[in-house]
Each structure stands twice: as structure tokens, then as C-alpha cells.
Design a protein around this ligand. Structure first.
Ligand code: ZN
Length: 106
């Protein structure tokens, strides 16, 4: 699309509704920015504990980077809350508020 085409596209969405749309998008971005700022502040993302207890829905908070690091280690590695590792789990690592286990039994 050339310059003239872009001008037409911009003109196409202009009109009395435009101010309202901008306000809506700006408000949405402000909310998003607030959430992202909060994420950066503590650096963690809530994940559900991956222990073998099917009823456990507790939250494990860890950095996205740490979680992805565990995922990259293979399908037998799981992130669980400290103490949620079972007899069939081999603890292979731990961080602030979580442990990484490797399933050694089914
Ligand atoms: Zn658990």
C-alpha cells in the first residue's frame, strides 16, 4: 500500500467515533502497562503446581525464564512446591519457592 492508500485507510476510520476508539485503546494499554510493570517488579508468573496430587491446585510462582528452562529439560521434569515432591520424584533442582523434580517412577 502506497502513501495515498495509507491516507485513505486513515481517513476511512476517522469520523466522530474515532475519539471514542482512541480512548478505549488508550485505557486498555494503560491497564496492560500496569500489569506488565507489576510483572517486572517481582519477575514471577503464577503456575499451577505440577506435583502428582491431582487435587493440588496450588500456585507456584517463578520467573517465566525459569519455567521455560525446566520445560526445555524434557517431559519428565516438573515444577512443584517445596515438599510436594513424592517418593517417585528425584529432586534435580530448586529455586526460590519451588523445586524441580524428575519423575523416576510412573
Ligand atoms: Zn502440589
Amino acid at each position: 500500500m502506497g502513501f495515498e492508500g495509507q491516507r485513505k485507510a486513515i481517513r476511512g476510520v476517522s469520523g466522530h467515533k474515532r475519539t471514542g476508539n482512541e480512548a478505549v485503546f488508550r485505557a486498555a494499554n494503560e491497564r496492560l502497562k500496569g500489569r506488565l510493570a507489576g510483572l517486572e517488579e517481582n519477575g514471577t508468573v503464577p503456575f499451577i503446581c505440577e506435583c502428582s496430587d491431582a487435587d493440588c491446585l496450588q500456585v507456584v510462582e517463578l520467573a517465566m525464564q525459569a519455567y521455560e528452562g525446566v520445560r526445555a529439560q524434557g517431559e519428565r521434569r516438573f515444577v512443584v512446591l517445596p515438599g510436594h515432591n513424592g517418593a517417585g520424584d528425584n529432586v534435580v533442582g530448586e529455586g526460590d519457592g519451588f523445586v524441580v523434580v524428575e519423575k523416576i517412577a510412573d
